[in-house]
Design a protein around this ligand. Structure first.
Ligand code: PMV
Length: 309
């Protein structure tokens, strides 16, 4: 028997979700704790995966069309095992997710990265990206690869998937960012949200594309604000990004309320983070993050503060 341990970052998208699927830039940052995984090898039978605290146990050999409670996870794990090939035969992987599923914090990508690294500790970043793309495509449909890139690398990243390939540049913020991340208490499916934007685009390409381009422009400007340490400017860009996301119909009354509560409690800006339709909000809180957390708590929303960069 041989064993391996691995970790991966969760992520918060500061700007650019959805637009990034269409080739526009986005900025995201790794957050910890994300997902950890432990792999035992040497067993017989199909590869198996357990994920706590989701109480999920799946294996790679389930019949096609299997529709259990964790059907997506099962299909994603089977796709990952197939991509990794011989080295993944018969492995037993035990993962622990410190992120809520469907919470907009990149739990599925972090899970894919942690599992891949536990099975293949010497994998290059390119190999991890490839295996996680197979895993993520089950959850996301057309995934941009942003979540997977951040889950594997951490830090603050400027990401763009253009016709000429992926641009992935670390950003060094002039000052560390203190943010609050709040959860709406509602899960959502990234795949469904991405498909919703695609449907909107099919109906009204010109208007939707204008919005997507606008989001990308905000991400470009935010990079400059980050590098200059202009947190007030960055906060305004987050607010503008939220307006454009709402016009893509991926916001919800709860997410709007959380953003409003955060701004009233002193946040410089706030927006949904991830696919929307539920999930999480990120608020920029250089000072007194506890005021934002208290406002959310009073309204029945949970949240944590984190330092980025
Ligand atoms: O909901 P999350 O954390 O998986 O983030 C999805 C981000 C999208 O831009 C909506 C999709 C993608 O693949 O980039």
């Amino acid at each position: 028997m041989s064993a391996g341990n691995a970790r991966a970052f969760g992520k918060v998208i500061l700007l650019g979700e959805h637009a990034v699927v269409y080739g526009h830039p986005a900025i995201a940052a790794g957050i910890e704790p994300g997902v950890s995984a432990h792999c035992e090898r040497g067993g017989a039978g199909p590869a198996a995966l357990s994920v706590e605290p989701w109480r999920a146990i799946v294996h790679s050999g389930a019949p096609r069309g299997h529709e259990g409670a964790h059907a997506l996870l099962q299909r994603a794990f089977a796709a990952l095992v197939e991509d990794l090939g011989e080295v993944a035969a018969g492995v037993r992987v035990a993962a622990h997710a410190h992120l809520p599923p469907g919470g907009g914090l990149g739990s599925s990508a972090a899970l894919g990265v942690a599992i891949t690294r536990a099975i293949l500790p010497d994998a290059t970043l390119a190999r991890v990206d490839q295996a996680v793309a197979a895993f993520e495509s089950v959850f996301h449909g057309t995934a941009s690869g942003l979540d997977a890139a951040v889950a594997a690398r951490g830090g603050v990243l400027y990401f763009r998937k253009g016709e000429a390939g992926i641009v992935l540049e670390p950003i060094a913020p002039r000052s560390a960012l203190r943010v609050c991340i709040g959860h709406s208490g509602q899960g959502s499916s990234t795949r469904e949200m991405v498909e919703g934007v695609a449907r909107q685009r099919a109906r009204n390409a010109a208007a939707t594309d204008r919005t997507l381009v606008g989001i990308g422009e905000l991400a470009k400007t935010a990079r400059i604000a980050l590098e200059d340490g202009d947190q007030e400017g960055l906060g305004k860009l987050l607010d503008l990004n939220q307006i454009l996301l709402a016009s893509l119909m991926v916001s919800t009354p709860e997410l709007e309320r959380m953003c409003q509560l955060a701004r009233s409690a002193g946040a410089l800006g706030a927006k949904l983070t991830g696919a929307g339709g539920g999930g999480a909000v990120v608020a920029l809180t250089p000072e007194q993050p506890e005021r934002v957390l208290a406002a959310w708590k009073e309204a029945g929303f949970s949240g944590v503060s984190a330092v980025i960069g």
